[in-house]
Every structure is written in C-alpha cells, then in structure tokens.
Design a protein around this ligand. Structure first.
Ligand SMILES: NC(=O)c1ccc[n+]([C@@H]2O[C@H](COP(=O)([O-])OP(=O)(O)OC[C@H]3O[C@@H](n4cnc5c(N)ncnc54)[C@H](OP(=O)(O)O)[C@@H]3O)[C@@H](O)[C@H]2O)c1
Length: 293
C-alpha cells in the first residue's frame, strides 16, 4: 500500500521538490498550502493539494486525515515558530501520524533560547518517530526571493556578512534527504546538519554567478543597521527583519561555515556544488545581461 504523507510548505523551495519526489516514489501525497489555486498551478494534476494554515485549526482535519508521515517546516523567519506549529503537530499526532520529519536550520541545536529549538524539543517529546533536518541557507536564496530579485534588477547584492564563509546547500538535496527519511525508518531519531560541499564567501558566490551569466555581479558588505533600514524600507515587518539580522550575525560568527558529510551519509553521493547549481539556474539571473528585462 502506498504511504500517505502530508507535505507542508508545498509551494516552497524544499516542499515542492519533496512533493514531486514522493509522488515519483509512489506515495499518496497531500501538498499543503494556504493558497490551493497557487499549488494547483504549480503541480497541475501531479499532486493532491490541501488547504492548510498553521494559524487556522479549522484547516487541520482535512490535512492530517489518514496521514502516516508529515514533513514539517515553520514559515520563513517566524519569530514565534513554536507557537505557530505546536497546535498542528499535536493535532497530527492525536490523529495518528507516526513519523515527523522536520526542517529547522543549521546551528539551532546550540541555541536553547530560540523558538525553533524549543519546537525541536517538542517534536522530540511527542513519542513518535522523528528526524530533524537542519540545513544551511539554500542556494535557491540567491536565485529567487529578495536576493535573486536584487541581483536580477541591479547586478548587485548587499549583506552584512563581510567575508564570512557559508556552506550553502542545494534545496533539492535537502528535499532528497527529507524523502529518504520519510520513506524508511533507517533515519528515525537522527539529526542531520545539511550543507553543500564547500564554504564560500559572498564574493565567491557573486563571482560564480557572474561567471555563468558572463556579466558583472557585485557583492557589497553593509552594516546591520544599513541592512535593517533597507529591509524595513521595502516593507519587511521590524520583528521579521530582526530575525534576518540575527541570522546574518550568526554567519559572521562562523556558525554557517562548517561543511558536514550528512547529505552524503543519507544519499550516498556528494551534495551539489554552487557552481553546478548556478549553471543549472542561469535563467534566474538573465535580466542582468539584458535578455529578460
Ligand atoms: N531558505 C533557506 O535558506 C532556509 C535554510 C534553512 C532553513 N530554512 C527553514 O525552512 C523553512 C522554510 O523557509 P524557506 O525559505 O525554504 O521558505 P519557502 O521556500 O518560501 O516556503 C515557505 C512555505 O511555508 C508556507 N507557509 C508560510 N506560512 C504558512 C502558514 N501560516 N501555514 C501554512 N503554510 C505556511 C508557504 O506556503 P503558502 O504560501 O503556499 O501557504 C511556503 O510554501 C523555514 O522554517 C526556514 O527557517 C530555510
């Protein structure tokens, strides 16, 4: 019988890739989103879509009904991640979900004060099988979202991280690891820190993008104050922008530099390098060289 799995954040970087991988593996998937029309456009009829909003308990029943496993992730930069996700988690376990694979973030295990670490501890206490995935920043960050847009529009990006190194990871590798953890009980109770194969500076990231699109891409290091002002002036709520700045501070502290062997341990192959990711995603930056104004 095919395994029924609820994939949260199914319109996002990792969730969308994971939903497709699980369908290919023969699972019965529910792809959860607050906007079913958006997900139906994304998946066409490949995947069953269900409406789910972590903040609306009225959406929980239909999402968790009959699910054996769940892939869980907090909304990006959520300063209240524990309060946001515990109601759904408890509901799911009560409804019979026996396996939780949760994506948090690299380095949270040493920060007991963070809501996301307290959420991990809640998962550990539920009495069901679980795996914790802690990825570094996804490479997709530089191709989509506010950074990708900035590079496309201006051929430059700024971050308050100086020449600190980051072992960024391909979100596709994170999805593949999540699929492996949902499809087998081999990884139950384990924690994986998921990184790419090398730690790069943002200057090196800019040079790599520049190399694949054959046009200049500049990286500028700015102060926390400057970054905070830029984020809030473009509509970021101050408490969310604060979470972003704290993340950058952890980058400067070297927390995001180590390279681990965890992707290779689960997948039996090396993680993708940023140069491969960039070559595969050249279209994302094309407006830099004027092809996509
Ligand atoms: N991006 C990174 O580099 C990175 C690195 C390490 C860890 N993480 C962690 O991964 C998680 C996702 O971040 P991301 O940047 O990968 O995000 P993303 O790709 O933009 O995906 C976020 C997903 O969350 C869903 N979502 C947001 N609010 C929701 C709510 N109230 N109820 C239900 N679903 C909701 C969105 O679905 P709809 O809008 O369709 O409802 C979307 O599919 C975060 O917890 C983040 O800390 C991210």
């Amino acid at each position: 019988m095919s395994k029924r799995i609820l994939v949260t954040g199914a319109t996002g970087t990792v969730g969308s890739e994971l939903a497709r991988l699980l369908v290919t593996a023969g699972c019965d998937i529910r792809a959860a989103t607050r906007s079913p029309e958006k997900a139906e456009r994304l998946f066409r009829s490949e995947v069953d879509v269900v409406e789910l909003d972590y903040r609306r308990a009225s959406t929980f029943d239909a999402a968790v009904d009959g699910a054996e496993g769940i892939f869980l992730q907090a909304p990006p930069f959520d300063p209240d991640a524990r309060e946001t996700l515990v109601p759904l988690l408890d509901w799911a376990v009560q409804a019979g979900v026996g396996n939780v694979v949760m994506m948090t973030a690299m380095g949270v295990e040493v920060r007991d004060d963070l809501p996301i670490r307290r959420l991990e501890k809640h998962v550990e206490s539920l009495g069901v099988a679980f795996t914790l995935l802690r990825p570094n920043f996804h490479m997709q960050h530089f191709a989509g979202g506010f950074l990708g847009e900035r590079i496309r529009r201006t051929g430059a990006f700024s971050m308050p991280v100086g020449d600190a190194r980051v072992s960024i990871v391909d979100g596709r590798d994170v999805a593949e690891v999540a699929a492996a953890c949902l499809l087998s009980d081999e990884h139950d109770g384990k924690e994986f820190t998921l990184t790419g194969p090398e730690a790069l500076t943002h200057q090196e990231i800019a040079e790599t993008i520049s190399g694949v699109i054959d046009a200049p891409v500049a990286y500028e290091s700015v102060s926390d104050e400057e970054m905070l002002a830029r984020l809030t002036s473009t509509g970021w709520r101050p408490e969310i922008a604060g979470v972003v700045i704290a993340l950058y501070q952890s980058v400067r502290g070297g927390v995001r530099a180590p390279v681990t062997g965890d992707v290779a341990q689960v997948l039996g192959r090396a993680p993708a390098a940023f140069s491969d990711f960039a070559a595969r995603n050249t279209d994302s930056w094309l407006s830099v060289v004027g092809q996509n104004p």
